[in-house]
Design a protein around this ligand. Structure first.
Ligand SMILES: [Zn+2]
Length: 242
């Protein structure tokens, strides 16, 4: 058996990352004027996003950690302060979420390329589990909430947003499929780079399946958005890491 041991500073860093990612995502959808323009409504809006992207983020990272520990490595979540600031800045300036506030670091001398790829794949795989979980919740027990700043999304139905109403669980499913696809981009330090380094065919297969899932949840726009995201992230990765 293996245990999931979390140190206190690790829990603190995960929580800071989750609060930051929820806040950044809320800014993307509510607009940069919302926190000051309608602070109470904005604060209430952060809660459902915290639940959906928060669970997606934490369980994604814990999946990496569990599989790494299974392979005999030590694994620890480390917040990445520059990434966190970069994420908040792109949300405010461009309305774009660069969801990389930190990652699980693996400490081992004997992890193979294949094991590293499987550790990396565990994160997006966990998001896929959550996609189905949230879709089920959406049909079993839907939660719809109205926010005035969402009225500008006339037909954002792929994310469960329309006419100011957000379908919370459907949004959760959409955001988790986007998280999985974002992490599959083969650019350092994202999961996709380690999967791609192990097997290009494996990477292509997993990404293709995720794109099919994304098209089902978000719509055909998912494919063109993934291509755009792919280009942006590759450029950012080259600029930041060379
Ligand atoms: Zn990951």
């Amino acid at each position: 058996m293996f245990g999931l041991y979390l140190e206190k500073d690790e829990v603190v860093q995960i929580m800071i990352s989750v609060v930051a990612i929820s806040f950044a995502l809320a800014l993307v959808f509510a607009g940069r004027d919302a926190p000051l323009g309608s602070p109470v409504e904005f604060a209430v809006f952060v809660v459902p996003l915290f639940v959906t992207i928060g669970s997606g983020f934490i369980l994604h990272e814990m999946a990496h950690k569990l599989v790494a520990i299974y392979y005999g490595a030590a694994a620890k979540f480390r917040m990445w302060t520059q990434g966190l600031i970069f994420m908040l800045a792109t949300s405010v300036l461009f309305g774009f979420l660069f969801a990389a506030p930190g990652a699980v670091y693996i400490y081992s001398r004997s992890i193979t390329k294949k094991e590293n790829a499987i550790i990396s794949l565990a994160g997006p795989a966990m998001n896929v589990v959550l996609v189905f979980f949230f879709v089920a919740l959406h049909y079993i027990s839907p939660i719809n909430q109205y926010y005035s700043f969402l009225t500008r999304f006339e037909a954002f139905s792929g994310f469960g947003i329309g006419g100011g109403i957000i379908s919370v669980w459907y949004f959760g499913a959409a955001i988790n499929v986007v998280l999985a696809l974002f992490n599959m981009i083969p650019a350092f330090p994202l999961d996709g780079s380690k999967i791609y380094a192990w097997s290009r065919i494996g990477w292509l297969g997993a990404t293709g399946l995720l794109l099919m899932l994304g098209t089902w949840i978000v719509g055909p726009a998912m494919i063109i958005n993934f291509v755009l995201l792919f280009a942006i992230v590759i450029i950012f990765s080259r600029l930041l890491f060379g």
